[in-house]
Design a protein around this ligand. Structure first.
Ligand SMILES: [Zn+2]
Length: 68
């Protein structure tokens, strides 16, 4: 009597290895009206020195596309 091979079922661990890992999408450049990356609540707005600033937490975006 020949014993047939039982169908192999993937364990949850093996499935996790086969599934593609989620990649973090590249951060979009911050612009006016973008959601604050710091608190996630406020929307960035230009302050007095033309820097994007969050009115909620005060996060200020410096550098980037600005002139040097
Ligand atoms: Zn904020």
């Amino acid at each position: 009597m020949v014993k047939k091979n039982e169908p192999h079922t993937l364990s949850a661990f093996e499935v996790s290895l086969l599934e593609p890992q989620e990649e973090t999408p590249p951060a979009e450049p911050l612009k006016w009206g973008s959601t604050c990356p710091h608190c996630g609540q406020g929307k960035l707005d230009y302050n007095g020195v033309l820097h994007l600033e969050c009115p909620v937490c005060g996060y200020e975006v410096t550098g980037g596309a600005g002139c040097t």
